[in-house]
Design a protein. Structure first.
Length: 181
């Protein structure tokens, strides 16, 4: 197995977020992520954060452009930066965008982890089936979701995991392994 130093694994340059994607305070993404994880740790996330004016969705989960166009763009940029196509994806705080699971599977990712402090993803399998139908109509070879009666079955078929609880998801289990690996 190839070993890489920490320095070699660091991004060689910073790519700014596209206009309209990053909203709110003009601070680095890692500051925003740290603040969000800190707020989630004290129970201020999701609906509670929105009621306090600390969070607001940046897009509508039903927007076909966000469901279908964003993932291939992410993979293309990651491929460019890494020099190879990514095999897995970690999405922190996806909210309702867990709906992308069929699309991400159809794009060839081996596994996708969605990590969120609370469950805002649709539970209705019909929402995922609609996304799969939309993706298929745009030429994305999504997995066959026939027979999937619930969200758990759909995510399993899409090689995706929804981990709830925010940073707690990454704590080692009694076996010494991370619970998400």
């Amino acid at each position: 197995m190839e070993q890489r130093s920490e320095e070699m694994a660091r991004p060689q340059h910073v790519v700014p977020a596209p206009d309209g994607l990053a909203r709110g305070a003009p601070v680095p993404w890692w500051v925003k992520l740290g603040v969000k994880l800190g707020l989630a740790a004290v129970g201020v996330h999701g609906g509670r954060a929105r009621r306090l004016g600390l969070a607001r969705p940046s897009f509508e989960a039903g927007d076909p452009a966000k469901l279908l166009n964003a993932p291939p763009a992410w993979l293309a940029e990651a491929t460019r930066l890494m020099g190879r196509r990514p095999r897995t994806l970690l999405e922190v705080g996806p909210g309702r965008m867990v709906l992308r699971a069929p699309v991400l599977a159809g794009l060839g990712l081996e596994h996708v982890w969605f990590v969120d402090p609370s469950d805002a993803a649709p539970a209705d399998p019909g929402a995922y089936l609609a996304v799969a139908t939309l993706a298929r109509s745009h030429g994305v070879p999504v997995p066959d979701l026939t027979g999937c009666a619930d969200r758990t079955a759909i995510l399993r078929r899409c090689q995706a995991s929804l981990l709830l609880g925010g940073p707690r998801c990454w704590r080692p289990s009694r076996t010494g392994r991370s619970t998400w690996w």
